[in-house]
Design a protein around this ligand. Structure first.
Ligand code: ATP
Ligand code: MG
Length: 443
């Protein structure tokens, strides 16, 4: 992408309405624009990050055996009356009436709708297990939308729903998602710890939240610091024993948010030098709730014994749009955003220090072409801005690696490579620089 033709509305000043680093930086770097309280447009740079996160989430869901569908944002109130949640959900639900006076709502979650889809076509235990997911916008009329897209009213969520014949099988589906979540957050370049959680309005008997540690997080977190060092689950995870062992490994250390914290247990169970108190952001939440929805909605299959059996269910959410903010909270400095490589909007920027200079232009075009054909997301800063302003913008938006091309360097036969995270620089010939950059970003 040529920056001269791109839409990147950066702000030089810190917007007064934004208090947290991620909210300030998302506005300053031109990732989002607020349209109404808790409702945002995603500008080109923000959309790129959002899509990259979405894709990694999708790949890990599919790897764990979940199948993608897409359900609508608007739902019928009748479905929610069947489960009994229409009245229970309260003011967070945005209720809509259409021209025929039919009651609709903008979905805050999809347990009812997916149960309706499954009950209409899954009749035999032979069609199980089944795990369906979608990545779709949700609306919750939060009483205090804040911190930008972190607590928005409209937000993008990945939600998956598992269906099994028995409670044991259903628990394994839960474990499979638990492991998929750890893999997902790791691939996003984030450390997320699982904590036991309250089930809230979704209900159920087993639930974990996944928390990214960051100073500005809304929850207080108490945990055994060794949990942060554990590598994510590896391998196929097909056998029940492997799944159980992985979940056991990641839940054996103490970890709780303020809601579930037990101070006596914490001090008794965790050696003093491993006791960690921090703040964190909830980026995922998984629930196992058995027949809570299948029972009232009569979602059953014929079991191997010929008897009608209620489906055992779980649901699994990831805050896709919140993750953009969480990644910034976990990675920024005084100059701007420091993206994990995996989700950076562009991995590399080629920076021309003298646009219009034939030699500089030829070198920039060559580097840009080579990187683009190698599949590297590259931004080419071909604008007429002063070098200082260019670097300030590229640091603000957090491009991980720069190739800086100027007349002085070219006279010596070199260009400069700059890394955003470490500030490291090196000078190499153009060909060697392109090869080195590809090595740095693993392309
Ligand atoms: P919270 O406790 O933060 O209000 P929740 O427990 O109500 O969230 P869930 O129903 O568990 O949310 O939704 C799954 C995921 O969706 C959450 O883990 C979170 O990452 C994300 N999410 C929930 N509410 C919002 C919101 N208002 N804005 C952005 N993301 C959200
Ligand atoms: Mg939650």
């Amino acid at each position: 992408m040529r920056l001269s033709r791109y839409f990147l509305p950066v702000l030089r000043d810190v917007p007064a309405e934004a208090q947290t680093p991620s909210h300030q930086l998302m506005l300053r770097a031109g990732l989002i624009r607020q349209n109404a309280a808790g409702i945002y447009s995603w500008l080109p740079l923000g959309k790129r990050v959002l899509s990259k996160i979405e894709q990694i989430v999708r790949e890990e869901q599919e790897r764990a055996g979940a199948i993608e569908i897409l359900m609508p944002t608007i739902q019928s109130a009748d479905l929610w009356r069947e489960s009994g949640r229409y009245d229970a959900y309260g003011k967070e639900m945005l209720r809509i009436t259409d021209r025929h006076d039919r009651e609709l709502l903008y979905g805050p979650t999809n347990e009812e709708m997916v149960t309706d889809i499954v009950r209409s076509s899954v009749k035999s235990y032979k069609q199980l297990p089944l795990n369906l997911f979608h990545i779709q916008w949700k609306f919750r009329d939060e009483i205090r939308p804040r911190f930008g897209i972190m607590r928005g009213r409209e937000f993008l969520m990945k939600d998956a729903y598992s269906f099994d014949l028995t409670s044991e099988a259903s628990r394994l589906s839960y474990y499979r998602m638990f492991c998929a979540y750890l893999r997902t957050f790791k691939r996003l370049g984030l450390t997320a710890i699982p904590v036991r959680a309250d089930t809230g309005p979704i209900g159920g008997d087993l639930s974990h939240e996944f928390i990214v540690l960051a100073e500005t997080g809304e929850s207080a977190v108490f945990c055994d610091g060794r949990l942060l060092e554990l590598p994510p689950p590896e391998g196929a995870l097909d056998s029940p024993d492997d799944l159980e062992a992985e979940v056991e490994r990641h839940t054996s250390y103490y970890a709780a948010t303020d809601e579930m914290h037990e101070p006596e247990r914490f001090t008794a169970e965790v050696p003093t030098d491993h006791q960690m108190t921090a703040r964190g952001i909830e980026v995922g939440h998984i629930f196992h709730f058995g027949t809570k929805y299948s029972e009232p909605m009569s979602a059953s299959v014929t079991g191997p014994d010929g008897r009608e059996t209620m489906l055992q269910m779980g649901s699994y959410g990831i805050g896709v749009s919140r993750l953009v903010g969480a990644a910034i909270e976990a990675g920024h400095d005084e100059k701007g955003i420091v993206w994990p490589l995996e989700i950076a909007p562009f991995q590399v920027a080629v920076v021309s220090l003298r646009p219009g200079d034939a030699e500089v232009e030829t070198a920039c075009e060559a580097a840009y072409d080579q990187l683009q054909s190698a599949g590297v997301d590259t931004l080419y800063d071909d604008t007429g801005e002063r070098p200082g302003a260019k670097f300030a913008t590229l640091e603000l938006i957090g491009i991980p690696v720069l190739i800086v091309v100027g007349p002085k360097g070219l006279a010596k036969g070199v260009v400069e490579i700059r890394q955003r995270k470490t500030g490291d620089t090196e000078e190499l010939g153009l060909e060697a620089a392109v090869a080195r950059v590809r090595e740095l970003i693993g392309a």
